[in-house]
Write a protein that binds this ligand. Structure first.
Ligand SMILES: NC(=O)c1ccc[n+]([C@@H]2O[C@H](COP(=O)([O-])OP(=O)(O)OC[C@H]3O[C@@H](n4cnc5c(N)ncnc54)[C@H](OP(=O)(O)O)[C@@H]3O)[C@@H](O)[C@H]2O)c1
Length: 309
């Protein structure tokens, strides 16, 4: 029988086998389907892999060597399947430092897309915090700096535009995680033209479909999706329930992939950033970036099916 894996796959397989993980979901996929999909950052055309990694709570582990070892495997899994985006914040305890310390050790750290945030008031405090984030994450230049939950955004927008001019950051953005802030995100997209907007969106939390995606498209703003699993609550909803048999038609092998592929079936999503502390969940999440992405009909079917459970 013809070997279905090429040399690159074999390398991935041996790496993942070393982590006790398998690439079963990829078995039988066409060569082109084994590569993570990318979408262009609207303002530059740079390709961004559509699944990344969030670090809220999951990377706030201080200096525990055992936890570092596992999180290092999470990062290797992200990279081995073509992911690059890592989202953090000074609000997430030790997460920025943990990301910096662990990625510094990895040969591929310069191929990652580092995103963090400014989360304080007053210009100088913002500058001090952002300098500290650069240092903790081991970067001379941050790929993306976002204003966390719009805290003192009018002040930080000015600094971020200056920093982008100076090359200290490549992109800047704004974030929030509640529906009631979507109108403000839209207002700022129109008035300030950020490169990125990050917000909450999931199969059970679809407020962003009202007009936020449309506004992002109009102003050529890339979208990062936080809380794609509703902070994990979606898994409680489907505990003990089977996937519908037709999920396989869309290369969906788990509930995690069902939830992420629903999000990714919206073409206005640039990248989804589920948080995880576990290599096998990272592998599962990356699977959502591979293979077929549901079309509009399938997307409606997915939402309707969930309501029957
Ligand atoms: N205002 C903001 O800017 C803002 C607000 C919220 C979030 N965020 C960002 O968005 C990221 C994602 O949001 P979130 O972490 O709050 O929530 P989430 O991604 O919706 O859910 C994370 C939870 O899902 C679990 N999980 C992940 N992958 C899984 C899988 N394949 N199967 C089963 N369980 C899985 C994780 O536990 P395990 O560790 O066990 O995998 C974790 O408990 C954050 O980490 C953060 O970077 C930003």
């Amino acid at each position: 029988m013809k070997n279905m894996y090429n040399r690159r796959d074999t390398l991935k397989l041996s790496l993942l086998a070393g982590l006790g993980l398998s690439l079963d979901p990829m078995f039988g996929m066409l060569e082109s389907e084994k590569k993570i999909h990318t979408r262009p950052i609207p303002k530059t055309g740079e390709a961004l892999p559509i699944v990344g990694l969030g670090t809220w709570q999951t990377f706030d582990v201080g200096s525990s060597p055992e936890k570092h070892k596992v999180l290092s495997q999470v990062l290797s899994t992200l990279h081995s399947l073509g992911g690059t985006v890592i989202d953090s914040s000074p609000m997430y305890g030790s997460s920025e430092r943990v990301v910096g310390d662990l990625t510094r050790e990895l040969t591929f750290h310069n191929r990652l897309f580092y995103a963090t945030k400014v989360w304080t008031s007053v210009k100088q405090a913002g500058i001090r915090q952002m300098d500290s984030s650069l240092s903790k994450m081991g970067r001379k230049q941050m790929d993306l700096m976002q204003i966390h939950n719009l805290v003192d955004w009018k002040t930080h927008v000015k600094t971020l535009k200056e920093w982008k001019e100076q090359g200290k950051i490549r992109y800047w953005g704004i974030t929030h995680y509640v529906d009631s802030a979507h109108a403000s995100l839209e207002h700022i997209m129109a008035s300030e033209q950020p490169d990125f907007v990050q917000f909450n969106y999931s199969i059970r939390s679809r407020h962003a479909e009202k007009s936020l995606f449309e506004t992002a498209k109009k102003h050529k703003v890339a979208t990062l999706i936080n809380q794609p699993y509703g902070g994990g609550s979606l898994f409680r909803l489907v505990k003990g329930k089977l996937l519908p048999p037709w999920a396989k038609e869309w290369d969906i092998n788990s509930w995690g992939q069902y939830f992420l592929k629903f999000i990714l079936s919206n073409p206005e999503v640039s990248c989804v950033i589920p948080g995880t502390s576990k290599p096998h969940h990272m592998l599962d999440n990356m699977g959502a970036g591979l293979g077929k992405i549901p079309d509009k009909t399938a997307r409606n079917k997915m939402a309707a099916y969930l309501k029957t459970l």
